[in-house]
Design a protein around this ligand. Structure first.
Ligand SMILES: [Zn+2]
Length: 445
């Protein structure tokens, strides 16, 4: 008797709890109007996007600086499209990241970026509107809020192969290898094919609302397929977050055909587009030299890489990326003085970019200059927060620097990495190190 009553009560409580849980998680999709369960509410969605905006930009070359004309222009086109979207009240931001890749991304809540490489490749404003409209579509349909995934970002930064895992014997530039191998996590959405199609449809819809020629979207797909033919694997590699297919081009064509829009003259291009992208297009060859140097460096041809980095610097001495990569190349050749000089110049030119800080931090760790290591790795941790690699390396610097306070701080970091990343290589290393450094505690159990 008691038993069944008790069970009934449990069931009732569970029922109430379940209803509470579901109503707490249900939100209405702004695009479809349908109720959705187990996605983030709007406030959490916005917060998630804001938290990851700068770190994600950092992982893609940082912000493309010193070109306010291009920056303001991209933002103005983005804002215009956002105002006619399904969610005009979000706090949208549109920025350019300093990468030659042809790419764009959106974070939940309306934080959107396009790459310098994309602006270099497109020919008119309607194509830009197509890119931005598509990204706004991901935001308004809340694709990112549904599935936000972790990926590794730092591992491609430092171009060394092979793992160095025996900490006792790690020294000098080996630390840089270690930092590269362990990698760091980035958050970006991976979208399904259906989500891409929906964003294409939404993007074209927004374009048409502000009178852009929707053929810009078709031209964009043509550009992508042209680029991927020129260099096989290009799209797969560089536009990985936006799977590419002829289907999408077909789909865009169909939407345009179905919506009869022939009444007024549509905007294809503007003088502003030509003016705002002029510098990027003019400087394309400079960045080609830089990209070439990066590839040489990855292939282990550091000597030749340095030549091309220098060429790029001669033509654009204000570019922080060039100095940072040249600095790293010198460190690879164990020319510490030159390496540090260029990395510090990179930081002077762009104080808020993690990459030169990260490299210098690891370099000083290898040189057993722990104060320097702590200073630069702390900054790295500020720019791309809570990354296990940075925290692990920082722990090494604190522990090695000696002193009770630093030791405790280092151990704290190690424990955090161990607990939060137990099932990854780096978490494992952190746990092992905790065991070695705290044998007594373990024995007490
Ligand atoms: Zn997409």
């Amino acid at each position: 008797m008691l038993n069944t009553q008790y069970l009934k009560l449990v069931r009732r409580i569970l029922g109430v709890a379940l209803v509470l849980l579901i109503s707490a998680c249900a939100t209405v999709n702004p695009v479809t109007g349908e109720k959705e369960y187990f996605t983030l509410n709007e406030k959490a969605e916005i917060k998630l996007g804001e938290q990851h905006y700068y770190p994600t930009m950092q992982s893609m070359g940082g912000e493309y600086l010193n070109n306010n004309e291009a920056k303001n222009y991209v933002n103005s086109i983005g804002q215009k499209l956002a105002q006619v979207s399904h969610r005009p009240n979000l706090n949208y931001e549109f920025k350019i990241v300093n990468s030659s890749m042809v790419n764009a991304f959106a974070l939940p809540g309306g934080k959107i970026c396009v790459t310098r490489g994309l602006l270099e490749q497109i020919d008119n404003e309607a194509q830009l509107a197509a890119v931005l409209g598509h990204e706004i579509g991901h935001v308004t349909a809340r694709h990112g809020a549904k599935r936000f995934v972790r990926g590794t970002i730092l591992s491609s930064l430092l171009q060394f192969g092979g793992a160095v895992l025996d900490l006792k014997n790690v020294k000098g530039k080996d630390w840089i290898k270690l930092g590269a191998v362990l990698g760091t996590e980035a958050f970006l959405s991976k979208y399904s094919r259906d989500q891409e199609t929906q964003s294409d449809t939404l993007g074209i819809d927004y374009m048409q609302k502000v009178n852009y020629d929707p053929h810009g979207a078709v031209q964009l797909f043509e550009l992508f397929s042209r680029l991927s033919k020129k260099e096989p694997g290009f799209i797969e590699k560089l536009f990985a977050s936006h799977p590419q297919s002829n289907e999408r081009m077909q789909n865009a064509n169909n939407i345009i055909k179905n919506k009869n829009t022939a009444k007024t003259k549509k905007i294809v291009n503007t003088l502003e587009f030509s003016q705002a992208t002029a510098t990027i297009k003019r400087e394309a060859s400079i960045y080609r030299n830089y990209d070439r140097a990066e590839k040489l460096s990855r292939d282990g041809r550091v000597e030749e890489a340095i030549e091309f980095y220098n060429k790029a610097i001669q033509e654009k001495s204000s570019e922080s990326l060039f100095h940072a990569s040249l600095g790293l190349a010198y460190l690879e050749r164990e020319q510490s003085y030159q390496g540090e000089k260029y990395l510090k110049e990179a930081i002077r030119l762009y104080p808020d970019y993690y990459m030169p800080h990260y490299i210098l931090g690891i370099h000083y760790l290898g040189e057993r200059q722990y104060d320097g290591a702590i200073e630069y790795l702390e900054k790295t941790d500020k720019f791309i927060p809570e990354q296990p690699t940075t925290q692990f390396l920082l722990a090494q610097a604190y522990i090695a620097s000696g002193g009770w306070f630093n030791q405790a701080k280092g151990m704290g970091l190690l424990r955090t990495v161990c607990l939060q990343h137990k099932y990854t290589k780096i978490g494992n290393m952190a746990c092992k190190q905790v065991e070695i450094l705290e044998p007594k505690k373990e024995a007490k159990k």
